[in-house]
Write a protein that binds this ligand. Structure first.
Ligand code: UFG
Length: 338
């Protein structure tokens, strides 16, 4: 079975490619390398012994995407490609809407034209907005997203619901990720943010290797036990395994189905700092600063639906997440290089 992985050179896409290859799938990657490096393909080959087919293609260009469907025999798709920086999306909303929506519309059209109807979409827990209660189940209605990036995920979800509602040939799974962290245990692939990291774990690992001198903790006055924000961190290899489970089960489910991918456990920012220090032995100096605009106090998943329907359960611990993220950063202080 051959899977088209859009954005397959990115952080989650590359880890998912590894898990797919190791589960016997053939992978065709389409990635424009706007936020990733071609070197990742060598690394995937080193881990799996197999090099995925690669197209450097911007899937906002429908012709380029169509050509891939013409040349390759595609059975299903996992759609990761998209702009994902929350802060940048506030500055450049139109660029985010154009890129994330157009690429998705092109993909859906090309799939329909080539009679490929099995699709897994990379969505986000951000579509819940500020949840009234935690843990969050998939029945929780989509909330008020706090930024254009999140809004593109919510709009794409709606679009896919409409598309599958109108044509019962589609099998679509929307995977709502909580907070992916960590890296492949080999240290060969991991997260390679451009410039100063926006997210907590890559920031911590950059402090740990001396690239940043301290962590800024965004607010300690939230309504949480230690006052810092609570999230559900999931090891990226678990998240990648979740995609394989989704694809393995996609034909067993009718129409469109939604699954949370998280561990079900919430940790605060200070819990993360302590866990990182314990697991790596490296001290992380931090300073409490003001809240980051748009942040919510607390969210974590109810992961029971994915367990029941996809037999998906996370297996990596918080210690694994910290250890593997640090190992990747130590081995690749400048990511994949320039
Ligand atoms: N944080 C800090 N300092 C930092 C970075 C983050 O204190 O330098 C805090 C945040 O305030 C938050 C927690 O660490 O409490 C996690 O922040 P991240 O930026 O790592 O993650 P978010 O939960 O804000 O966002 C992530 C993804 C989004 C996605 C969202 C879904 O980055 O793409 O989860 O809930 F939309």
């Amino acid at each position: 079975m051959s899977v088209l992985v859009t954005g397959g050179a990115g952080f989650i896409g590359s880890h998912t490619t590894v898990e797919l290859i190791e589960s016997g799938y053939d992978v065709v990657i389409a990635d424009d390398l706007s936020n990733s490096k071609e070197e990742v393909l060598n690394r995937i080959e080193k881990i799996t012994g197999k090099r995925p087919v690669f197209y450097k293609a911007d899937i906002c260009d429908k012709k380029a995407l169509s050509d891939i469907f013409e040349k390759e025999k595609i059975d299903s798709a996992i759609h990761f490609a998209g702009f994902k920086a929350v802060g940048e999306s506030v500055e450049k909303p139109l660029e985010y809407y154009r890129n994330n929506l157009l690429s998705t519309m092109n993909l859906l059209e090309c799939m329909r034209e080539h009679k490929v109807f099995d699709l897994v979409f990379s969505s986000s827990s951000t579509v819940y907005g500020t949840p009234e209660t935690v843990p969050v189940t998939e029945d929780t209605p989509r909330g008020q997203t706090t930024n254009p990036y999140g809004q593109t995920k919510a709009v794409i979800e709606r679009m896919m619901e409409d598309v599958s509602g109108a044509d019962d040939r589609w099998h679509i799974m929307l995977l709502r990720y909580f907070n992916p962290v960590g890296a492949h245990a080999s240290g060969l692939i991991g997260e390679d943010p451009k410039g100063i990291p926006n997210n907590l774990m890559p920031y911590i690992t950059q402090v740990a290797v001396g690239k940043m001198d301290h962590l800024n903790v965004f607010g300690d006055d939230y309504d949480t036990p230690d006052g810092t924000g609570i999230r559900d961190y999931i090891h990226v290899v678990d998240l990648a395994r979740g995609h394989v489970c989704a694809l393995d089960n996609i034909r067993k489910k009718q129409g469109l189905n939604i699954y949370n991918l998280g561990t079900g456990i919430g940790y605060s920012v200070l819990d993360m700092v302590k866990a990182f220090e314990k697991s790596t032995g490296v001290k992380i100096p931090y300073v409490i600063t003001k809240r980051r605009q748009g942040d919510i106090a607390k969210t974590y998943a109810d992961p029971s639906k994915a367990k029941k329907e996809l037999s998906f359960e996370t297996k990596y611990t918080l210690e694994d997440m910290c250890h593997d993220a640090y190992y990747w950063q130590q081995k690749n202080p400048d990511g994949y290089g320039s």
